[in-house]
Design a protein around this ligand. Structure first.
Ligand SMILES: [Zn+2]
Length: 451
């Protein structure tokens, strides 16, 4: 089989791996590049592979950095099936139209304010492109085998989010496993990633390849922040991925409130997507570990905010409250309006609960930036910044290494992807020191023959 790294090589976003073998060409993941401008511009280049020559796309999970390029691929001529788990399909039905809507909005906003270099600014894709992509989705359950030409494909749970999977591809000679994003051994929402066996070639993520999550209890840290900020009359802003982290935080908040650990202040879930994602959770009880009581608690943990008008009204409130809104790395979405309104006041706090990729506002703020550019204007940010790593949906390097111990003997080839360069390199060293594996970090566009 021949593998080409078309994304998430030397960076976290844009996951895309072209695999050729058994007479077929398939793309594993079809993600959007996010963060640094230099990366985002890649979304606008001609597709790295002629979409008409692809037999299928296989998705590890629905997050946009793994699925968000699909509408563009379809717009450029892809017509084959997009294989994924039922959970991933249902979440993609929420995420892709929203992504298209954001692309449209960004283009329209740029035209109105005239801050784009392109006149008129065009969207990367439209809601119609997203619909066309969704029409190609086909589902496969965990452990079921699909055949694409001479390739056999099977998915196993990866514990990262609803429907997330490790993808195993075999031909008659060899096999390769793509981990996708790997969750934690003790996640509140999801069962641990299923151990892997008999792996000849491995493509493994390294988001937290150089970090350990704090051993302290994230729920105690969350309670601490809420008490402190509410105590001084402030607002807690939580930018969160609509799918996964939002549900987890709601459940934590519900439990903390029930236990009297946090004051009873209003909580707003200002994300139609996160609200819809909650529905998907309820429809897929086998794909998470929440009890019906947990689901109820989660549903009632916050007031739901759907319309833009209601969202704007929140910015006029003076009293302490907790606001959850997307996007998780503040690259767009309603959180930006809250950041504009509440960021300049030092009584407020910005609580970061997920990974912040290089070049995003989230990373800049995490690193202490005193102002950020929002919709073409600089906004001073004096709100306290707090990061709680323990709420992450990604395993840290020690957890990844522990999970990979079940792979015996060592894979012939190991490729470390989906990490910033320092994280990927640190993880390469951890694999050598802890497991005795030699791994490589592929460059963008690099080919590898796997046997
Ligand atoms: Zn993910």
């Amino acid at each position: 089989m021949r593998l080409t790294f078309l994304g998430a090589a030397g960076t976290v976003t844009g996951s895309k791996y072209l695999l050729e073998g058994g007479g077929s060409r398939i793309l594993i993941d079809c993600g959007l590049f996010q963060g640094l401008k230099e990366l985002r511009l890649r979304n606008w280049e001609a597709p790295p592979v002629d979409p008409r020559t692809l037999d299928a796309v296989v998705l590890t999970h629905a997050h946009l950095d793994h699925s968000g390029y699909l509408p563009r691929l379809v717009r450029e001529g892809f017509k084959g099936p997009v294989w994924c788990t039922p959970g991933t399909r249902d979440l993609a039905h929420i995420l892709l139209p929203d992504s298209a809507h954001l692309q449209d909005e960004d283009a329209r906003f740029a035209n109105k304010r005239g801050f784009s270099k392109h006149r008129p600014a065009l969207p990367l894709y439209t809601p119609a492109d997203a619909e066309a992509a969704l029409a190609l989705f086909q589902t496969v359950a965990y452990d079921e085998v699909i055949e694409i030409g001479g390739l056999r494909i099977r998915m196993t749970p990866s514990g990262h989010m609803l429907g997330s999977a490790c993808v195993r591809v075999e031909d008659e000679h060899t096999n390769i496993v793509f981990t996708g994003d790997v969750g934690r051994p003790d996640d509140l929402l999801f069962a641990p990633p299923r151990p892997l066996h008999d792996v000849r070639n491995l493509v493994v993520e390294s988001t937290y390849g150089d970090r350990r999550h704090s051993p302290s209890d994230p729920s105690a840290e969350l309670a601490d922040v809420v008490r402190r900020v509410v105590g001084r009359g402030g607002v807690v802003m939580i930018p969160a991925f609509a799918v996964g982290r939002s549900q987890q935080i709601l459940l934590q908040l519900a439990r903390l409130r029930a236990a009297g650990e946090i004051p009873d202040v209003p909580v707003f879930l200002n994300s139609p997507m996160a609200i819809d994602a909650m529905q998907v959770f309820l429809e897929h009880p086998a794909e998470h570990r929440l009890t019906p009581a947990d689901c109820e608690a989660m549903r009632h943990a916050a007031a739901w905010v759907r319309t833009p008008e209601e969202s704007k009204k929140l910015n006029l409130r003076q009293d302490p409250m907790i606001l959850l809104a997307g996007s998780g790395m503040m690259t767009g979405g309603r959180i930006l309006h809250h950041l504009k309104a509440f960021g300049p006041d030092p009584r407020n706090a910005l609580l970061l609960v997920g990974y912040q990729a290089a070049g995003t506002r989230g990373q800049a703020l995490d690193n202490g930036a005193e102002e950020v550019k929002i919709h073409g204007e600089y906004v001073p940010i004096r709100a306290e910044r707090v990061r709680i790593d323990g709420l992450s949906g990604h395993a840290d390097y020690a957890e990844l290494c522990q999970w990979l111990r079940s792979v015996e003997p060592a894979p012939r080839r190991v490729f470390v992807t989906h990490g910033d360069p320092a994280a990927s390199d640190a993880f390469r060293r951890h694999l050598r020191d802890r497991l005795g594996w030699e791994a490589t970090i592929p460059r963008h566009g690099e080919h590898a023959d796997v046997s």
